[in-house]
Write a protein that binds this ligand. Structure first.
Ligand SMILES: Nc1ncnc2c1ncn2[C@@H]1O[C@H](COP(=O)(O)OP(=O)(O)O)[C@@H](O)[C@H]1O
Ligand SMILES: [Mg+2]
Length: 567
């Protein structure tokens, strides 16, 4: 189709020559009727094919980019946790939305312009050669001159485009960050500061865009001058030939028209540069994400399916360091958790407790050592089955902006009856508050569950665990942010839920720790003491006592209640 519209355009100068030489010079009335009609037909065909072409290309480009966007999203979701956090959510989001948008605009325009302009240029060249090949060579001498500015400016454009897309990422990042931290911003009165910061990012973005536009618009006048140079030469040589009778006037007019029309698509080709370079920059940024390694969900060989824990979980000389961290977070951790036991991990904040339990579902992979599940290394396990076997409740419960029912069933691949739902929420001590809500289980919880209290969110998380029925339960300071009443409700629920499961608890409260079969004290990434509560209390001046004094000192009430303990 681009071929047709290119070919049609090249008919124009030939028609012009016929018009001047035959109609005017020879006064041919028959041709005077045919020629205008030909003009009309030629341009109608050109216009229609142009429309069809643009339309089909746009459709192809839109759906092609939709595929790219989907691959990007799928890739992001499948990346290991360790790959997140390096750059913010906003930056990643801008790659999925803005970069694909730029790529899409580029692809449609570039293919269309490149095709149409190339074919038009080729057609014009044919017309020129047909009209007068000697003049043609003369006109074309200016064309090589266009290569240098196109290359130089093109290179600049790519760099600037990349900067523009990066600074759009900053804008997006700042926006998503501030909107999710809006409470903090208001509570510390940082509104003005954030507005100023945003203005800065926004201006930087505009500045980048402006630089991009500058180079983009620089090409056009340069190409214009070079084109005028070529045509000037043709006028000079052609005019000379007409005066001396070597050339008819019609030939010259037809020729000059063709020459003028040849520079149009060449200029267009130069202008596609900006689109090409922007698209290339966007494509690079997209490829960078697609090149990042995915999470290995199935070990290549000897994948085994994780089943109910029957013997023990064993950490054997585990060391771990976060990808970007300067020092090791866990060093040489060894511990054995017999199936069905209740084990507590205590230690000052930052000592690596959460990191330790996050190794179990393979959110992170240990750098050294092995974690054995009933004697088999979890690195060889099917990760889906491993994660299904583990229920984790953390301090901040993550809820989707959906109904309570949808949140409870989220990710569950079996159907659950209303009776089972009520039973599970009852065990988790959540049925009471859910029933009191106006729409019960169908109440929406708001973004991140903002319509619920901390204790309510916590009890939903427990209900989720009951429904999933994991063999290993991990509680990472699940109750530390709660008031006494909520905590009591949750403690009661936990007693039921912990039955027939292996439980690993990170806790600060003596009431929880005291019931543990074994307590591990973690400090600076090492296990410094372990034993039952009583054993550890007997070690005078031990880390455990120090830890208890410190953490209970912050809770005088708990200390009072917990006083009648064997000292
Ligand atoms: N995603 C992470 N990337 C880099 N360092 C981290 C990350 N998460 C935690 N850390 C660091 O690892 C150490 C242990 O953190 P964490 O396991 O959360 O401690 P705890 O749960 O005992 O309070 C801390 O020094 C913390 O700064
Ligand atoms: Mg923690």
């Amino acid at each position: 189709m681009a071929f047709i519209s290119g070919g049609v355009s090249s008919g124009v100068p030939v028609l012009l020559r016929e018009l001047i030489d035959k109609v005017f010079a020879q006064k041919n009335p028959h041709l005077l009727f045919i020629l205008p009609l030909s003009f009309f037909v030629l341009f109608s065909v050109k216009g229609f094919t142009g429309f069809l072409q643009a339309f089909l290309l746009k459709k192809a480009a839109l759906f092609m980019i939709s595929d790219v966007r989907q691959s990007l999203f799928a890739h992001l979701i499948r990346m290991p946790l360790a790959s997140f956090g390096r750059e913010g959510t906003g930056h990643l989001m801008s790659r999925v939305t803005n970069d694909t948008y730029i790529l899409q605009g580029g692809v449609a325009e570039i293919i269309r312009d490149l095709l149409r302009n190339s074919f038009t240029a080729i057609g014009m060249l044919g017309a020129l050669l047909y009209i007068d090949y000697k003049l043609t060579i003369f006109v074309l001498m200016a064309v090589p001159l266009t290569i240098i500015p196109i290359r130089k400016i093109g290179k600049k454009l790519r760099t600037v485009s990349r900067k523009t897309q990066e600074s759009y990422g900053d804008v997006n990042q700042h926006l998503s960050e501030t909107l999710s931290a809006i409470r903090l911003i208001k509570s510390v009165g940082a509104e003005e500061r954030e507005i100023r910061q945003f203005a800065e990012y926004s201006d930087t973005y505009a500045h980048s865009q402006f630089r991009s536009a500058k180079y983009e618009n620089l090409l056009s006048p340069i190409m214009e001058s070079i084109g005028a140079l070529g045509i000037g030469m043709a006028v000079w040589l052609g005019g000379y030939s007409v005066i001396h009778g070597h050339l008819t006037l019609g030939t010259l007019v037809g020729f000059l028209t063709a020459a003028q029309m040849l520079y149009q698509p060449i200029k267009g080709l130069a202008n596609s540069q900006s689109g090409i370079q922007q698209s290339l920059a966007a494509a690079e940024r997209i490829a960078e994400v697609l090149d990042r390694p995915l999470e290995v969900l199935k070990a290549p060989e000897s994948t085994w399916i994780v089943e109910r824990l029957s013997q023990s979980i064993e950490f054997r000389n585990i060391s771990f360091r976060y990808p970007m961290a300067s020092s090791t977070t866990l060093e040489n951790i060894s511990m054995r958790i017999p199936a069905g036991d209740f084990v507590a991990i205590v230690g000052p904040s930052g000592s690596g407790k959460s990191t330790l339990v996050n190794l179990l579902p393979l959110f992170y992979r240990p750098v050294e050592g092995e974690i054995l599940w009933d004697g088999k290394s979890i690195l060889g396990a099917d990760v889906r089955s491993l994660r299904n076997a583990i229920g984790m409740v953390t301090q901040d419960v993550i809820l989707m902006n959906q109904t309570i029912r949808e949140n409870l069933l989220y990710g569950l691949d079996r159907s659950v009856s209303q009776a089972e739902l009520e039973q599970a929420t009852d065990v988790a001590n959540a049925l009471g508050f859910i029933s009191a809500l106006p729409e019960g289980f169908d109440t929406r919880v708001g973004e991140k569950g903002i319509f619920l209290s901390g204790g309510e969110r916590q009890r939903l998380a427990l209900a989720r665990v009951v429904l999933r029925d994991p063999t290993l339960l991990i509680l990472d300071e699940a109750t530390s942010a709660l008031d006494t009443e909520s905590e009591y409700a949750i403690q009661k629920a936990l007693e039921v839920i912990m039955k027939n499961r292996t439980t690993l608890v990170i806790a600060h409260r003596l009431s929880t720790i005291r019931n543990a079969r074994r307590v591990y004290v973690l400090d600076k990434g090492r296990i410094v003491e372990s034993g039952t509560h009583e054993e550890l209390m007997r070690t005078d001046g031990g880390r455990y006592q120090k830890f208890l004094n410190l953490s209970l000192g912050l809770e005088p009430e708990a200390r009072e209640n917990d006083r009648p303990l064997p000292e």
